[in-house]
Design a protein around this ligand. Structure first.
Ligand code: PLP
Length: 380
């Protein structure tokens, strides 16, 4: 079965060399030498400053919210509201709810699939504290417009960049916008450390605060400075990250071949995500948007018969999940209204991510391409 993604396995002997170093240093976790080396190497590779490694991409979001203080609302009974997109992986929104904040979903632009700044602006209330946009499938959000909204309304902006590893926008890292950006290094992602993640802060003082937070708020042998959590990356995670980073160019080249083969075959045939002008390609995902959900289900069935297992990223659209919504009691006395979501629901019902990973051969996707193009021509 050719699945939507496959974890990248680096050269075994390279990994062994890093593991030997761990056995020699006898340092397993807590800001070890490999974690420090990976931090430096990622800052250089990504072209960013103030990068903090953490144990996964969900904690990266949670710690970023805490370090920027958006969960702190003094003298307010209602939870802080944070505007985010319903078209994303669950963790973007569930991490907000988990931290006691209320995600408020604004609709996406149906072409780029990223948050529509006009919809964000319309969703701002006196309780809004932050905006959490997602560079979905490695596309750039309208970062200028969103950062400007943040400034104008005094809101923090935290980009969930889980899909945007290595992406540049107008020549700079896409991860350098907002007050912070987060990354996920989960095994299924383009770059991984088995589990892992990172936060890239705009300001050094936010990085320093987060660094304390990820180690329980402990700052010395008998000093616990503030409320913290355990979100540290360990040395085995860092070792895997270093080996995967050593081989990143080959990984990207292999993905690029497949990505461009799909793009060429579907050009003018199937709706594709419109890329924001100025954003680079990182070949992380290949989504296609079909005519309807029934066409999508039929295509999936045919692909499965041919030995493919694509995935419906991202379905359902998150505003439909009751546990992320406002408690009923709150709804009665608050003037809160979840904005109407049209595009995210529509796109979520008919978008499909095709197999894309390093080592996948162009010859291995031809049958899938044929199924999709044939179905499209029949529908047209
Ligand atoms: C993968 C992902 C996350 C969560 O990352 P983990 O490392 O799995 O916790 C968050 N947001 C988005 C958009 C993701 O794709």
């Amino acid at each position: 079965m050719i699945t939507v993604t496959r974890p990248y396995f680096p050269e075994r002997k390279n990994f062994d060399r890093y593991v030997d170093a761990i056995f020699q240093s006898r340092w397993l976790t807590n800001h070890g030498p490999l974690e420090q080396e990976l931090t430096r190497r990622l800052e250089t590779y990504l072209g960013v400053k103030h990068l903090l490694l953490v144990s996964n991409g969900t904690l990266a979001l949670q710690v970023a919210y805490r370090a920027l203080g958006i969960n702190n609302v003094v003298g307010q009974r209602e939870p802080a509201e944070v505007i985010t997109t319903p078209f994303t992986f669950i963790a973007t929104a569930s991490s907000l709810k988990w931290e006691g904040m209320q995600p408020v979903f604004a609709d996406i632009d149906p072409a780029t699939l990223c948050l529509d700044p006009a919809q964000v602006e319309a969703a701002i209330t006196p309780r809004t504290r932050a905006i959490v946009p997602v560079h979905v499938f490695g596309n750039a959000c309208d970062v200028e417009a969103i950062d400007a909204l943040g400034e104008e309304h005094d809101l923090k902006v935290i980009y969930d960049g889980a899909h945007a590893f290595g992406a540049t926008y107008r020549g700079n890292s896409l991860l350098s916008y907002g007050d912070a950006s987060t990354l996920s290094f989960h095994a299924t992602k383009l770059f991984h450390s088995i589990e892992g993640g990172a936060i890239i802060f705009k300001r050094k003082e936010d990085l320093e605060r987060a660094r304390k937070m990820i180690n329980f708020g402990i700052t010395g042998p008998e000093c616990i400075e503030e409320l913290g959590i355990n979100a540290k990356m360990n040395e085995f995670q860092a070792a895997m990250g270093l080996c995967v980073l050593d081989e990143i160019e080959g990984n990207l080249e292999s993905r690029a071949l497949v990505w461009h083969a799909y793009a060429q075959a579907f050009q003018g045939n199937v709706q594709l995500q419109a890329r924001q002008p100025g954003v680079s390609l990182n070949y992380a995902y290949f989504p296609i948007i079909l005519e309807s959900e029934s066409v999508l289900l039929e295509v999936m069935q045919r692909l499965e018969r041919e030995g493919y297992q694509p995935r419906r990223y991202f379905c359902p659209s998150l505003e439909s999940l009751a546990f992320l919504g406002r408690p009923a009691a709150d709804l009665q006395d608050a003037d809160f209204q979840q904005p109407e979501i049209v595009h995210s629901r529509d796109i979520a019902s008919r978008i499909l991510c095709l197999p894309l990973f390093s080592g996948l051969q162009v010859s291995e996707i031809l049958a899938a391409v044929r199924v999709i193009v044939d179905r499209h021509q029949k529908a047209a």
